[in-house]
Design a protein around this ligand. Structure first.
Ligand SMILES: Nc1ncnc2c1ncn2[C@@H]1O[C@H](COP(=O)(O)OP(=O)(O)O)[C@@H](O)[C@H]1O
Ligand SMILES: [Mg+2]
Length: 313
């Protein structure tokens, strides 16, 4: 549904988006995750045709944004970071104005506005002045204007920024309800946002995609080494020296432990090396009682920080 190929954007000679390529399939919700200044907004603006890509191609619903911009844009709804709302208008008048700007046929305007208001959950406030609505409701008006032309693709730039926790949850639920019917890209610098709403995440840093994948997969591994936690009734020094001999084992560390006959170790192993099997046979051979063998929960936060923070010097 959305396809970027080798897209680059420079501002005043400085590369802001650096040769990125990706695809988003129909019905997916994809999160752009990255610190401020990473290039999320710039990428979204190229997808929406707000400005052209410097190099590379952007396709939306099969239409090339530079060759067929109108057809492509007709299929996109965009909620920019700061939605240009007219605060002195009431919700209905504002949406009528947006419908005119978007070129919605007059005869269809009423029905399309009603549908968008319904979907965004703002029907009850349709006669209220926008400036007097809560920030959460104003954000919903922003979503309503984005979905007004019933687009296949929805681009939401930091849709929950500046909202309180209750409003954040409501906007999140609203986005999740649209799942399946629309293809959505949203950006955020807040981690829980992606794990709670998105199927896939792309971590963007300094204009590059530094990681992408399913939210649960991303936490699994990094750099070809994964960790295993072993809780076992084994003397610390013996366990460490024995396990270190195993092929594929990179590190063995004893975790501090008190008041238990079981010691706790974290073993770093080379992925797909089969070392876990050898660790197990070593435990059996030594007749150590094994309490637990598991992979540690790596949070998205760990992965994110590792990817976007430079090594401390
Ligand atoms: N119109 C512009 N002119 C010059 N520099 C810009 C412009 N828009 C964004 N930038 C710069 O590009 C970088 C990426 O910005 P942006 O895409 O807004 O990041 P994000 O949305 O991830 O916070 C930043 O360093 C920003 O200062
Ligand atoms: Mg931004």
């Amino acid at each position: 549904m959305i396809e970027l190929k080798n897209v680059t954007k420079k501002f005043g000679g400085r590369i802001v988006v650096d040769n990125i390529s990706f695809k988003v399939n129909k019905g997916e919700i994809v999160g752009f995750l990255g610190p401020n200044g990473a290039g999320k907004t710039t990428t979204m603006r190229m997808i929406t045709g707000f400005f052209p890509a410097g190099e590379g191609t952007v396709k939306v619903a099969g239409f090339d944004m530079s060759e067929n911009p109108i057809a492509a844009k007709e299929r996109i709804g965009y909620m920019p970071e700061n939605v240009p709302l007219y605060k002195e208008l009431d919700v209905m008048s504002y949406l009528k104005f947006v419908a005119r700007v978007k070129g919605v046929e007059k005869a269809k305007t009423g029905a399309m506005i009603s549908k968008a208001m319904e979907e965004a959950g703002i029907t009850e406030v349709k006669s209220r002045i926008i400036g007097r609505l809560s920030k959460g409701f104003r954000q919903r008006v922003g979503i309503a204007q984005a979905i007004l032309n019933d687009p296949d693709v929805l681009i939401l730039d930091e849709p929950t920024s500046g909202l309180d926790p209750k409003q954040i949850r409501e906007i999140r639920d609203l986005i999740k309800e649209m799942k399946g019917t629309r293809t959505i890209i949203l950006s955020t610098h807040i981690l829980p946002e992606v794990s709670m709403t998105c199927d896939k995440v792309m971590v963007i840093n300094e204009g590059k995609i530094v990681a992408e994948g399913r939210v649960d997969e991303l936490g699994r591994s990094s750099g070809g080494v994964s960790k295993v936690i072993v809780e076992v009734e084994a003397p610390k020094t013996t366990f460490i020296s024995e396990v270190k001999k195993i092929k594929g084992v990179e590190t063995v560390e004893a975790e501090p432990r008190e008041g238990s006959k079981y010691n706790l170790f974290t073993v770093g192993i080379e992925e797909n090396s089969g070392a876990v099997r050898d660790i197990l046979s070593k435990i059996i051979k030594n007749d150590w009682e094994l309490m637990e063998l598991k992979r540690p929960q790596v949070t998205l936060e760990d992965v994110f920080l590792k990817l976007v923070t430079k090594e401390d010097v």
